[in-house]
Write a protein that binds this ligand. Structure first.
Ligand SMILES: CC(C)(COP(=O)(O)OP(=O)(O)OC[C@H]1O[C@@H](n2cnc3c(N)ncnc32)[C@H](O)[C@@H]1OP(=O)(O)O)[C@@H](O)C(=O)NCCC(=O)NCCS
Length: 204
């Protein structure tokens, strides 16, 4: 947790600006702050990523309690957890919240490292449901996170991405992240060594 904790709602006024819609065909997306009710959907997306990709360096599925502890930790630290929710276009245009159909992705950031000198740097994560990738949802989620980090006075945002994750590296570079480090064989999963790439973006 940051040594200079801010109130949990410190980014909320900026999050209010997320109320609009991201028009990504063929559905309209809403990006909003996650609630505890979203945790089962977040869990499903996360465990699919663990099972089938090297985006998370773990082979063990996590429990709902694990996600709840993660969510509570982020909220307690004053950090955002966002979800992208698909909505039927017509209803979304009317601003009808009941039009929400499914959580299709989530994103968050937290402390990069816990020592006080790192307090202006955050590391984010983003995951999109397997059947919804490549439709701009990851881009929309990271784009929504950036102003929230700015609002919290952060200076740098870091992405730690598996070196084979071409989609994520491409996406981050398109959003202004610069590749700054390549750590060789620091991870292991699926019986092979994994390289980790760090990308960073200045926020101010
Ligand atoms: C990585 C991930 C978050 C990206 O989200 P997404 O919604 O699929 O991505 P978007 O559609 O917003 O954008 C993807 C960009 O990468 C490109 N892309 C997609 N697949 C690609 C690939 N295999 N190689 C290179 N670029 C690729 C797209 O063309 C797009 O670029 P463009 O805007 O220049 O056209 C998502 O695929 C995902 O959740 N993957 C599994 C978990 C994961 O890797 N999480 C990130 C950990 S760092």
């Amino acid at each position: 947790m940051s040594s200079e904790p801010r109130p949990p709602a410190a980014w909320a006024s900026h999050a209010a600006g997320l109320d609009g819609s991201w028009h990504i065909e063929p559905v309209t997306l809403h990006i909003r702050a996650a609630t505890e009710d979203d945790l089962p959907a977040i869990l499903g997306i996360y465990n699919e990523v663990i099972a089938n990709t090297t985006a998370v360096y773990s082979e063990r599925p996590v429990s709902l309690d694990d996600r709840r502890a993660w969510f509570d930790g982020r909220v307690h630290a004053g950090y955002p957890v966002l979800v992208a929710v698909s909505a039927a276009s017509a209803a979304a245009t009317r601003g009808d919240a009941s039009a929400e159909t499914a959580v299709v992705g989530f994103a968050s950031f937290g402390d990069f490292r816990t020592w006080p000198g790192y307090r202006y740097t955050v590391e984010h994560s983003v995951h999109v449901a397997a059947d919804r990738r490549g439709a701009g949802i990851g881009r929309a989620l990271i784009s929504a996170l950036l102003p929230l980090a700015v609002a919290l006075g952060k200076h740098v945002m870091i992405a730690g991405v598996d070196a084979d994750n071409a989609a994520s590296i491409h996406l981050h570079e398109r959003l202004g992240f610069e590749r700054v480090a390549h750590l060789r064989q620091v991870g292991r999963k699926f019986d092979r060594w994994l390289d980790l790439v760090f990308l960073q973006r200045y926020l101010d």
